[in-house]
Structure formats: structure tokens, C-alpha cells
Design a protein around this ligand. Structure first.
Ligand SMILES: Cc1cc2nc3c(=O)[nH]c(=O)nc-3n(C[C@H](O)[C@H](O)[C@H](O)COP(=O)(O)O)c2cc1C
Length: 179
């Protein structure tokens, strides 16, 4: 059986919703998917072909639930195949420097783990009053809105599956190759 674990850390729900999109697309590709919120629990990861870690970003920092999960499972995660996604506001920015910064978020989540794929998805930018919104627009290049895009998440999920299956295929071929 092909099993995937998705561990997510959300503040206000967008990351959780995106984690559910990933689950849906992995299931339609024939995988059995367990989805759990991140905290410091130790889990047996050996049953999973893939572990996906997803975290919301606030103040340029991943939700600490994901950091706690990674710290509690570091050794097992280093032995596992992993993929990482971040959910934030500034990936939707009109300013290139903010986008470039947002693209560093998966590495911040990874804290040393090497994933086979990573992604940064737009989440939801809440309105924070007209002054806050103006500052957000001028400074971050982001205006309030819902930037979740299931099609984008679906494409990434497909890419992750292809990468995973290609790696397994190559590994099997190497394993049966005569010496
Ligand atoms: C207080 C606050 C701080 C935020 N800081 C950042 C940030 O540093 N970088 C960024 O790209 N987005 C930032 N965002 C946008 C969030 O990443 C976005 O709201 C995302 O949808 C959060 O995911 P969640 O709904 O799963 O918590 C911030 C949002 C809030 C409310």
C-alpha cells in the first residue's frame, strides 16, 4: 500500500485547507493519506513512502508546531522521503524582493532536512484596517485577499508523486541490476 503522511502547522486555517487539497489529490492518485496537525509528537514514520510537511509563515518564521515536529522526529525524517510546502502572503507580492524572500521559506521550515520537492503557496491575507492595509501594500506589495489556489496545489501534488515514483522506479532498477 502506498502511504503518505501530511503534517501541517496552521495559525488561521489556510495551511490546513491547503493540506486537505494535497490529501485529496494524493488520494485520487491512489495513495492512502494520513493528515495530522503538527506538534512535538514522536511518530513512527517507517510505514510512509512520503512525509509532507506544511507550515504557515508569520513574521518570516514558520509556525513553531512544524519546528517542534521536526525536532521530535529528526532522525526518522532524515531517513524518510519528504516534501515541504510553506503558506504565506508575500509569494503573491508585486515586489520581486518579497517574492525572493518568500521562496526561502521552505528552507526555513526544513531546518536541515532535504526534501524531494518544495513549494510556496499563497494563503489568506487578512484585512488589518486601512492603515495596516496601506502599509502592507506599500511595504510588502500585498493587498488583503484569499490567494489559495487549488489548481496550483494539484499541479504540485502531481509533481511530487511523479518525483517519488521516478525515484522508486530508479531504485528498483538499480536493485535488480546484475553486478
Ligand atoms: C500577524 C501576521 C504576520 C504575517 N507574517 C507574514 C510574513 O512574515 N511573511 C509572509 O509572507 N506572510 C505573512 N503573513 C501572511 C500569512 O502567512 C498568511 O495569512 C497565511 O495564510 C497564514 O496561514 P494560516 O492561515 O494557515 O495560518 C502574516 C499574517 C499575519 C496575520
Amino acid at each position: 500500500m502506498k502511504r503518505v503522511l501530511i503534517v501541517y502547522a496552521s495559525f488561521s486555517g489556510a495551511t490546513e485547507e491547503i493540506a486537505h487539497y494535497v490529501k485529496r489529490h494524493m488520494e485520487s492518485a491512489g495513495y492512502t493519506v494520513d493528515l495530522v496537525p503538527a506538534n512535538a509528537q514522536h511518530m513512527d514514520l517507517s510505514a510512509y513512502q512520503l512525509v509532507i510537511l506544511g507550515a504557515a509563515i508569520r513574521g518570516n518564521t514558520p509556525n513553531e508546531g512544524i519546528t517542534a515536529f521536526i525536532n521530535s522526529n529528526k532522525e526518522d525524517l532524515n531517513q524518510s522521503t519528504t516534501a515541504i510546502f510553506a503558506v504565506c502572503g508575500t509569494i503573491t507580492s508585486t515586489k520581486q524582493n518579497r517574492i525572493d524572500n518568500a521562496l526561502t521559506y521552505p528552507k526555513k521550515i526544513a531546518s536541515g532536512i532535504t526534501p524531494i520537492a518544495e513549494a510556496v503557496f499563497g494563503g489568506e491575507m487578512p484585512s488589518s484596517g486601512w492603515i495596516g492595509n496601506l502599509v502592507g501594500k506599500l511595504l510588502l506589495g500585498v493587498i488583503p485577499g484569499d490567494y489559495k489556489n487549488e489548481d496550483e496545489v494539484k499541479l504540485w501534488s502531481q509533481l511530487v508523486i511523479e518525483t517519488l515514483e521516478t525515484r522508486q522506479h530508479n531504485r528498483n532498477n538499480i536493485a535488480i541490476e546484475p553486478e
